[in-house]
Each structure stands twice: as C-alpha cells, then as structure tokens.
Design a protein around this ligand. Structure first.
Ligand SMILES: Cc1ncc(COP(=O)(O)O)c(C=O)c1O
Length: 378
C-alpha cells in the first residue's frame, strides 16, 4: 500500500514533509510551541482562502463538521433554508438542515447539470430564506457550480450563503473576500493535501452577527462557531483537545501551498483537469457533469454497468494506482478520478495511460485510441 498512487477524490497523497510532521514526539496542546504553531496555521488558512476580511476557523473534525457547524450555527429551528443539490453531498447538506429543524427546501439539478443562477433568483423572489447552501464541487458528480453567480444572487436577495468547497479550495479559484459568501469551508484531506481530520472555515462578519442575534441559542457545543471564535484569536483558550498531529501536518501542507503560490496551484490543477478530461474524451466515455461545469479536482465518467469494479481492481493490482467508483447506486457504473493535491501532470498522464490500456483491453474504449495504443500500432 505504501507506494500506491491515490487518484481517489480524497484523501490524497501526502508529501514526505507532511508525513514527517506527524511523526514527531507528542506536542502538548498547551505551551508556547503549540500556540505559535496554531496561530501560524490560522494565518496560512487565511492565505489559502484569500480571507483577510472575515474570521478564519481551523479545528479538528472532518469536512462534515464544516457542513454541520455551518448549519447549526446559522439556522434556528423553524427557519426556512434552501439547498442547491447536484449530487450526494448536496443531499447530505439537505439532511443536515432537516436534522437541525429547518424547513429545508431544495432545488435539485440532476443529470450532471450545474445549479442555475436564474432558477435560484426566481426562488429567492418567491420565498424568504435564512440561508442558501451551495456545493462548489459535488465530489459524487464532479459538477462545478458557478459559485460567484449563485452567491451574488443570495447577496442581492439579502440571504446568507454557505459554500461547501471541500472538493475545490486549494485546487480551484476561490477568493473569499471577493466572493462575498458568508461561510466557505473545506477539509484538510483534499486539494490542500494534508491528512484527514481538520476543517477550515472562512466566515463573514455578517454571519457572526447573525449567530449572535439569532432567535434561539445554537444547539451544539462542539459545532458552535461562536464558541470557537475566541479560540481562533487566542489558542490558549481550551474548548476541546485539538488533534495536534493533524494540525502540524496541515501547517506543513499549507506552507507547501504558499511556497508554490495559490494562483500557481490553481493553474496546475487546471492542467490536471484538462489532461484528465482529454483522456476521458479519447477513451470515448461519457462525462457525468455537463460541459463547461466539470471540476478541475475530480472527474467522473460513466462506464458500462458492472465494469467500474474490474477497472478499479485491475489498475490497482497491475499499476498500484487507486481510483474511485461512483457512490451507492452508481458504484458499478461510474469511475471517479481525483486529481488534486501534490499531483504533477506527468504522474497523472502515466497513470491515465495505464488506465486507458486496461479499458482498451476490456473493449471499453469506443472512442479514439489511447496514446499508448497508438504507439503500439506504429
Ligand atoms: C463536497 C464534499 N463535502 C463534504 C464532504 C464531507 O467531508 P468528510 O468526508 O471529510 O466528512 C466531502 C467528502 O468527500 C465532500 O467531497
């Protein structure tokens, strides 16, 4: 397993430096070293989110804690909310709204369609919502939503907007200050390329004010963002023991992102997306996401029913490359390739060539022939 190349949509491959950051002696969460490390981590998160105006949060938990802390901190029981859905994670967001007592409305964009700002505008004219929940990239379908246009509609209607950017931040452009959303969050194990276990949120002053003035107190201890806010300002305050190794790894990963430059990182991911999409086209497969809304971090495509498992298994056995299948009902007929983090274009090309050869051998490449088979035929 050691040297398996992970092309799954998270967790992703870790650099040596990030792995080593987790291997030292236990760092106590009380003490000058942790305090300064933590402050630096929060500053680095500001860099990754381009968040100078808002409040930055970093704490222990998976991406789902980012989803749930946004819901529970903003929404009082009985509030009306709207979730835009184009895949599995939109469904989870809806479920979390329902779980916390919201009158949870939804708009489903099915069949790989991105969320449409006009449809949102019409809905916002009809109903008064407390918050709208948007997924930047739904990892199940690889649909990349037009986040700026959607957030703009929310802002025009005076509605809070929450963006789940778990599968985008660090790999696709997002400027929190310019976007104007109220909460944007991600998790450590995706394009930031650290170990799972940390959630990162950028929160607007308007969202904090809403939390302070909301009708009912926030019904959570751990996921109450108002409780975490003072800890972000002063890590000496104790709320819960942080997973120090996870945070040390996150700091290293974000230092690497900063050394690369966030815009350069977006550009590298744009290339990774382009390379993957052009291979999928060469193989003659059908994308799950509609054209123009395909993510640069993950690519999903359909394969004949029953073939996703054999493709995945053969690739892993023969080449030590791991890709993912679809979620639940789609697990036998969809392949998902995660292409983010520290991945370099040459490594991705090599792995995709291997995948193309396997699919060709299985008679699954009705499109143009792969580069490697062209080479063989010459
Ligand atoms: C878009 C999106 N949102 C939320 C999550 C949930 O994150 P986690 O599995 O870290 O709880 C994921 C996980 O893959 C995701 O892709």
């Amino acid at each position: 397993m050691d040297d398996t190349l992970l092309l799954i949509p998270g967790p992703t491959n870790l650099s040596k430096r990030v792995r080593e950051a987790m291997a030292g002696p236990q760092l106590p969460h009380v003490g000058a070293e942790f305090y300064s490390t933590f402050k630096e981590t929060v500053q680095l998160a500001r860099y990754v989110f381009k968040n100078e105006k808002g409040i930055q949060f970093v704490f222990t938990g998976s991406g789902t804690i980012g989803m749930e802390s946004s819901v529970v901190s903003l929404v009082s029981r009985g509030d009306r909310t709207l979730t835009l859905m184009n895949g599995y994670f939109g469904h989870r967001m809806l479920l979390l709204n329902e779980t916390h007592g919201a009158k949870a409305d939804k708009i489903e964009f099915n069949g790989g369609m991105a969320a449409d700002p006009d449809t949102l505008r019409k809905r916002l004219r009809r109903n008064k919502y407390t918050a709208v929940f948007i997924t930047h990239v739904d990892t199940s379908s690889s649909v990349a939503n037009p986040v700026s246009a959607l957030v703009e509609e929310c802002a025009k209607a005076g509605v809070l907007s929450v963006v789940d950017s778990v599968c985008a931040i660090g790999g696709m452009p997002l400027d929190f200050d310019k976007l104007g959303a109220d909460i944007v969050f991600t998790a450590s194990q995706k394009a930031i390329a650290s170990a799972p276990g940390a959630v990162l949120l950028a929160v607007s002053a308007r969202a904090i004010e809403h939390m302070e003035k909301r009708r009912a107190p926030i019904e959570s201890y751990y996921m109450n963002l108002l409780r975490w806010k003072p800890v972000m300002e002063d890590p000496k305050m104790y709320l819960a023991t942080p997973a120090t190794q996870v945070l040390l790894a996150l700091r290293e990963a974000m230092l690497e992102a900063k050394a690369e430059g966030i815009e350069n990182r977006w550009e590298r991911h744009r290339k990774l997306g382009e390379i993957t999409r052009s291979k999928v086209e060469d193989w003659g497969q059908k994308f799950v996401a509609e054209e123009g809304h395909r993510a640069d971090t993950v690519t999903s495509f359909w394969v004949p029913d029953g073939k996703a498992g054999p493709i995945q298994k053969t690739l892993e056995e023969e080449h030590k490359v791991m890709v993912s299948r679809g979620i639940y009902d789609d697990k036998d007929r969809m392949i998902r390739i995660g292409h983010f983090g520290i991945l370099q274009p040459g490594t991705l090309r090599g792995a995709l060539d291997s995948m193309g050869e396997i699919m060709e051998r299985m008679g699954l490449t009705p499109g143009r022939v792969t580069v490697s088979s062209q080479r063989k035929k010459r």
